[in-house]
Write a protein that binds this ligand. Sequence first.
Ligand code: ADP
Length: 411
Amino acid sequence: MNVLVLNCGSSTVKFQLIETDLEIMARDADRRLAQGILERIGGKSQITMKVDGNVVLRESRPIRDHRQAVDEIVRWVISEESGIDEIHSPSDIHAVGHRVVHGGEKFKASMKITEEVLSGIRDCIDLAPLHNPANLKGIEAVTRLLGAGMPQVAVFDTAFHSSMPAHNYLYAVPYHLYRRHSLRRYGFHGTSHRYISYRYRTLEQRKKEDVKIISLHLGNGCSACAIENGESLDTSMGMTPLEGLIMGTRSGDLDPSLVEFLTEVEGYSVGEVDTILNRNSGLLGVSGLTGDMRDLLFERKDTGDRRAGLAIKMFCTRIRKYIGAYLAQLNGAQAICFAGGIGENSAEIREEVCVGLESLGIHIDVDKNRNLPQDARGTVISKEDSPVKIYVIPTDEELLIARDAVRCIEH
Ligand code: ADP
């Protein structure tokens, strides 16, 4: 089956076209036929399309809305110009899988989209006011363009964490607030943590129930996950993605009293403080330069910028704190797995996170860490005798979305 995977954000639509089915999955031989991104939707958009990892189209022109974006994607994948042999008409697309950010307490697994599922996604808008509406627009666009008969599946970012026990998902606030508003920790990046767990167990040839690892998704957004029996036991993001690790522009954990303090001392509204914590904090806020780790590492090395160095130190220290906390919760782990743009590409950050954790059984092999093979599905970067292995596992959320789409449809 050819599955179109869509990740619709407020002003971007990312897509991948993946060939997979139950037999291909069993052989772990899924194929990525094409991928692309349409940015700055609603204005002059930047369109980038890739086949076999090579950019085959890059142009800039206005794209009105999500519907037009999905239309552009479908037109391009079926066109001669894209050169995708498997796809010549919309009927060669057999299913669409959507990344949906928030599934609340309702969705604990991926779901074939029906009216009832749509209304459940709408019910979660309060919990993800920026993300879920964009995901719904993507679903509506597909229905209009490819017809109501096109099977669509929603894969929720929160679903993997639905296995968290109450003592990890509750906040220690009056219990009736949880009852009344479902005010609790949900966690995000679930599909990425699930992929990392899956890939780890295939590399180690373990059963799902035999996986006990700490997974670190370090991209623009960052989260850690303690995985036991192949399921999420705890994760660092909370009711929203703000909690936990320090990120590109998000503060991560802090004292909530800071909100009232800032409203009184600086005269900000609560909404303005929320914006500061989500968009102007983290690596960007501390360095005053950028939320982009690659640029920050460059600044530290090239100009010796003190605050760039401080931001990186804080970023790594927070990750180390979570590793310690999760090792305690798991009572030891088989491995720590790095993923995401920073986790996969920055040997420097992996080294700064791991060096000095030897007393916890974490021994990084500096040479292996600095010389990763290209295109590997996962690479061990710990010393041979390290009690806790360290892995770099390039994450692949789209693969799991495509596979979930097939499974939901076949069942
Ligand atoms: P998103 O969370 O938006 O999917 P990514 O997973 O692509 O983002 O991660 C983006 C982050 O990865 C940025 O901070 C970027 O600077 C960082 N990054 C990418 N390549 C490198 C690299 N070679 N060294 C350090 N950081 C990198």
